[in-house]
Design a protein around this ligand. Sequence first.
Ligand SMILES: *Cc1c(COP(=O)(O)O)cnc(C)c1O
Length: 356
Amino acid sequence: MRIFNFSAGPAVLPLPVLEKASKELVEYGGAGMSVMEMSHRSKSYEEIHSAAIELLRELMGVPSNYKIMLLQGGASMQFAQIPMNLKKSGKADFVITGEWSNRAYKEASGILDAKIAASGEDIKFARIPEIKGVRPDADYLHICTNNTITGTRFTTIPDAGKVPIVADMSSGILSEVFDVSKFGLIYAGAQKNIGPAGVAVVIIREDLLENENAAKLTVFLQYKSHVAANSMYNTPPTYTIYLIKLCLEWLKSQGGVSGIQKINEAKAKILYDYLDASPLFKGIADKPHRSLMNVPFTTGDDDRDKQFVKEAATAGFANLGGHRLVGGLRASIYNAMPTEGVVALVEFMKKFEGGQ
Ligand SMILES: *Cc1c(COP(=O)(O)O)cnc(C)c1O
């Protein structure tokens, strides 16, 4: 029996995708073999690969002067690969909105002159801090649009003038409409809202590929190598990419990104409205910057939080513990979490509350 899985990532996948994949697992189409067994240079696989990239372009409205890459090493590899490839003046500014943006900042610090443009550390990352200024000669301004652990998100994308904005969208990509042209580079680990683990999507504005410093990198680390090879410079994680394609087809059937955004807003509201009214549970992020995807909350008591996680698991609601760094509780409600899962969770929370 499938249960409701509120994991922050790897996370719930759409049931129709899993069902389709299970039908095609042993033999894909007329290929006589599983996708896992195909040469990545075969026609069958190349079609899957190109379709996944084209679906991303279509669903996100990626302009033609942007390239899309499917890379390995997760979002964490990008913390290093981005400064390596974008370094020109050798300066980059960072908005620290939680653990992941801090890791991006720290990793970049070993590669270039990284500066904190704003930090929400003093307010425990409960909201997005105001950006006081960006160095005009910075190679980029790095932000994390959705903060998986503390449950905040940028509701407006900052204006950095001519400085390209680099965005870690790992947990928010495809959940709401973004104007890609506002960014120099967008990246996301697939395992939150794109598909299973094993791929990082990187979307880069073409002109940023021209970089003398990047040309000195080992060939594998250069974005140019992967763009030129359409993300087949070496063997890509073919089965993950196949599943990504199925997930993107599913997303298209939900009305695309704008369609799922409406569903996500209504879905998150059910949980937030309950948290705002509950005498027991409290949301952690400040209202104006609340995430649509990750909802951290607490009863204010560690033991009671732990008891809730335990009882919820028994009742069929998995992975409701907060991130190990912050504790408390968290429900991740990505695109693939059906509204009925959130409705059922709220019903369960009400019951738990009544028993206290
Ligand atoms: C999960 C996550 C990461 C790390 O992703 P990996 O693919 O495990 O490296 C980075 N940034 C954000 C915002 C995340 O949610």
